[in-house]
Write a protein that binds this ligand. Structure first.
Ligand code: SF4
Ligand code: FES
Length: 235
């Protein structure tokens, strides 16, 4: 499908872009995303990529296809208000010990919270601390930092064809687990590290140096290398 779309007053042609986000990024508009990766299935989970569309209101740009004649605003007052609310809600459920977090400085949640000038949260913060899974040679899982973007689930299943990660429970009790709710060391994990590469916020981090991991892997059949590129933060 092709056509013309107006984004922030600029008329743009689209051809095979699957969503408004791709059209906007190609034109240089910076839309924040946490659950989107161009090479993985789109789920529209985080709602940070919202834009305002004339006659359609606020919509997730990653899960909305461009249509001829659409008029879109990526940074209207309404959009910025919703993004701030989304960030505050995510932060309220996220362990904010940034000073001791491996991902500090590269964490997308931290970066966007700074970009959107989040100084205080209007929502109650979670207080429960869940134990970390440090059983694996390569990956440390910290459920207290997980924002349930599902990128680890999708990259492991869709790119590596393994499916170590999965969701458990629903609603506010949703968690990410290693398949069958076992420790990561007992799962089918091949220590490729792709889940760490896509995790936007330090919930998955490295347990050893790459050299230590490869030295310790004895079964060469288990070494599957994935070619997925890191998700761009913005165009
Ligand atoms: Fe997303 Fe990381 Fe949580 Fe997986 S562990 S769902 S990649 S935040
Ligand atoms: Fe679109 Fe998460 S990036 S909903």
């Amino acid at each position: 499908m092709s056509g013309k779309i107006t984004i922030n007053g600029q008329i743009l042609e689209f051809t095979d872009e699957k969503n408004i986000l791709e059209v906007a990024r190609k034109a240089g508009f910076d839309i924040p995303t946490l659950c989107y990766h161009p090479e993985l299935t789109v789920v529209g989970a985080c709602r940070l990529c919202v834009v305002e569309i004339e006659r359609m209101g606020i919509q997730a740009s990653c899960s909305t296809a461009p249509a001829d004649g659409m008029v879109v605003f990526t940074h209207s007052e309404r959009v910025n208000k919703v993004r701030k609310m989304v960030l505050e809600l995510l932060l309220a459920n996220h362990d904010r010990e940034c000073t001791t977090c491996d991902a500090s400085g590269s964490c997308k949640l931290q970066t966007y919270s700074n970009d959107y000038n989040i100084k205080r949260l209007r929502y109650p913060s979670r207080t429960e601390q869940v134990p970390l899974d440090t059983s694996s040679l390569s990956v440390v899982r910290d459920p207290n930092k997980c924002i349930l973007c599902g990128l680890c689930v999708r990259v492991c299943k869709e790119k590596q064809g393994i499916g170590v990660w999965d969701f458990k429970n629903r609603g506010s009790r949703t968690q990410i687990i290693a398949a069958m709710d076992q420790s990561l060391a007992d799962s089918a994990c091949i220590n490729c590290g792709q889940c760490i590469a896509v995790c936007p916020c330090g919930a998955l981090s490295s347990n050893s140096s790459i050299a230590e991991v490869w030295a310790a892997i004895r079964d060469p059949k288990k070494t599957v290398v994935c070619q997925i590129a890191p998700a761009p933060r913005a165009a």
